[in-house]
Ligand binder design. Structure first.
Ligand code: CA
Length: 219
């Protein structure tokens, strides 16, 4: 899962970026509203974490703009603890949630998980599929009730595929969800991850859609 973090505070941004990377997200961190606006014209993200007080283009304006453009990506705004007004304005401009600064990283992760869950209309925190159970909170996968250890990217890929079961995901969508734009990636990386997942999980339900990408068949 890929997060766009828009925050001009170096310390806070650096901490959030490092934390999100550590728990398995790929992260693109931008420090002004205009750069984020441009990024959102060409890239897709799974979650946007957006500060409101930003140079060049304010967070609230950016939020209104992307919603008007039809970008439906869940947005968590970062607000000052005391500012009820910011929270209301943000939510009314299209934010899905807010978190008050200074915030606890664990709370941010939990809010992200909750938004991803809501987006995929899932009632249960754990994603159950065929003989699999994937727990986004503990980052664990069980296959036939046995824990399977997956590297970070394979876990993220499986998570993305399961969250979108029944839909074809293009190679581009999957790659964008796995890697931030400053990462160098081999052209066959995705195929290697898919191959590993199929082998480790005996996952014949991950289908190759020739010339397009991959999908997990709905069961
Ligand atoms: Ca700021």
């Amino acid at each position: 899962m890929r997060v766009l973090l828009v925050e001009d505070d170096e310390l806070l941004g650096d901490g959030a970026r490092a934390g999100l990377l550590q728990v398995g997200y790929s992260v693109d961190w931008l420090k002004d509203g205009l750069a984020a606006k441009h990024a959102l014209e060409t890239e897709t993200f799974d979650i946007i974490v957006l500060d409101l007080g930003l140079p060049k283009l304010a967070g609230l304006e950016l939020l209104r703009h992307i919603r008007a453009q039809g970008v439906a990506t869940p947005v968590i705004i970062l607000t000052a603890r005391e500012s009820v007004e910011d929270k209301i304005k943000g939510l009314d401009a299209g934010a899905d949630d807010y978190i008050s600064k200074p915030f606890d990283l664990d709370e941010l992760y939990a809010r992200i998980r909750a938004l991803l869950r809501r987006r995929s209309n899932r009632a249960q925190p754990i994603i159950a599929f065929a003989n699999l159970e994937l727990d986004p909170a503990s980052h664990t996968v069980k296959c036939d009730n046995e824990l399977v250890s997956l590297p970070r990217r394979e876990f993220a890929l499986l998570h993305k595929l399961l969250e979108n079961a029944g839909q074809v995901l293009s190679r581009d969508q999957l790659m964008q969800s796995l890697y931030s734009w400053d990462e160098e990636v081999d052209s066959n990386t995705l195929e290697v991850h898919i191959h590993n997942l199929r082998k480790k999980l005996d996952a014949d339900y991950i289908r190759t859609i020739r010339g397009v990408g991959y999908m997990v068949e709905k069961r």
